[in-house]
Design a binder for this molecule. Sequence first.
Ligand code: FES
Length: 203
Amino acid sequence: MPGTPGTTGPFSRVTPVERRTFLRYSLIGSTAAGLGFFGLASLGFLWPRMGEGFGAELVVGGAEELLDEIQSEQAPFHFPEGRLYVVAWDPSVAGAEEQYGTDHVVLDETHGLMAIFQRCPHLGCTVPWCQSSQWFECPCHGSRYNRWGEYTDGPAPRGMDRFPSRIDDEGELVVDTAVLLTGPSRTGNVLQQSPEGPACVEA
Ligand code: FES
């Protein structure tokens, strides 16, 4: 009959797809779609995220303004969203450039910025800043760290951990809280800063 698939007329060259072939292509298609989705999800996970809280790259603020505030307050800039402190450091101090210059911001010959993780490397307490001593002092077991987060005393195994940082095109400090840099060793105290007043925590 004219027009009937598989006989004559315009449908005469249409070949019915075998059930096995159809199933094979369906399987290949769904597998490829699944792999593609997984790949995109993995890329999204690995790709640095900007401005989404701890675990992302975070814009903390203008580098020059941060330095001014740290110097005028004589205290690190606390940035709770990133669980970090920004401290001012001096690349001209002997050994400082070698220890910190690669991963932290250098603004000029005597000024830089460094992002320090607020968590104590002993057992993980949040370490507050002690204004009177100008040190970080952990209330949990008495570990203490100088102004740059370097180990001074107590049970902590090392100085406070850090995050890499950079300055973006707008002059703002960007800290990557997805990457944790292990703090300097107990003997890696290049600042050699003595306490500048009464302690907040007994050693
Ligand atoms: S957690 Fe800070 S000294 Fe133990």
